[in-house]
Design a protein. Structure first.
Length: 253
């Protein structure tokens, strides 16, 4: 962590973290960094609210880009970031797709405010922000929102802070931005992927998918087969962060 933001800010974070974890509000600890900047792999991003663990996972270790495949972003891509959190992948993608667009969805209220701050700080005018979620149908969804910045569809976890959030489909997002295809769909939606991909027909309008798969919420084999049925080559890779989820990569042969 100190290699991104320096020793002094890392110590400040370490002092704050135990209380933040106790309060289930670890985003508050990250705010103690203050304005800072990361430069990893030639990508420089300024952070009002940094998440060092995500910077390592998403940008440095490139968890959404398997090394053995031609899996990359292009300057003109339309990218959907479903489960954007504070914007680590969003801002990385926006720095590459400078002539394209990133649509970032984040249902958690606290995380969304941090996402807004980070996008504004970087003057990322090619980013559209939505305080909502990717779903199987348009409408609203009961959401269990926690102060740590996480969110879960109600029913996946014990009820805590239920809020009603708007749900968007791939088709409704394409209509919103007046586009016909999504070039890259990144998904990190804490188990709701099993519902969203239960009818994978929307993938006919998607070129690549990179997704966290949270094993305990559904049948991983069935999910993989559903995506493959839409003409994708599908591979999976274990997360180096946690045994509770893996990464799924899908692209057209």
């Amino acid at each position: 962590m100190h290699r991104y933001f320096g020793l002094a800010k890392t110590i400040r974070y370490a002092v704050t973290l135990p209380i933040a974890i106790y309060r289930d509000a670890n985003i508050e600890a990250f705010k103690r960094f203050g304005l800072c900047e990361s430069q990893v792999g030639g990508v420089r991003i300024r952070w009002r609210v940094p998440m060092p663990n995500f910077i390592e996972e998403v940008i440095e270790k490139r968890c959404y880009f398997p090394p053995d495949r031609q899996f990359h972003l292009n300057p003109n891509d339309l990218i959907i970031d479903a489960g954007a959190n504070v914007g680590t992948f969003t801002l990385y993608a926006a720095s590459i797709a400078k002539s394209g667009m990133v649509v970032a969805l984040e249902p958690n209220t606290i995380a969304f405010r941090c996402l807004q701050e980070n996008v504004i700080e970087n003057k990322a005018t090619n980013v559209i922000l939505i305080n909502g979620l990717l779903g199987q149908a348009e409408g609203t969804v009961d959401f269990n929102e926690v102060d740590s910045g996480g969110s879960y569809v109600s029913g996946f976890t014990k009820k805590k802070h239920i809020k009603v959030k708007p749900s968007f489909t791939v088709e409704s997002l394409l209509r919103m931005v007046q586009a016909s295809r999504i070039n890259f769909l990144k998904v990190s939606i804490e188990g709701a992927e099993f519902d969203v991909f239960s009818d994978p027909s929307f993938l006919r309008k998607v070129d690549k998918v990179a997704m966290e798969v949270h094993h305990r919420f559904g049948d991983v084999r069935r999910l993989r087969e559903a995506i493959a049925s839409e003409g994708f080559d599908v591979t999976m890779q274990k997360s180096y962060v946690s045994a509770s989820y893996s990464y799924l990569y899908a692209s057209r042969p």
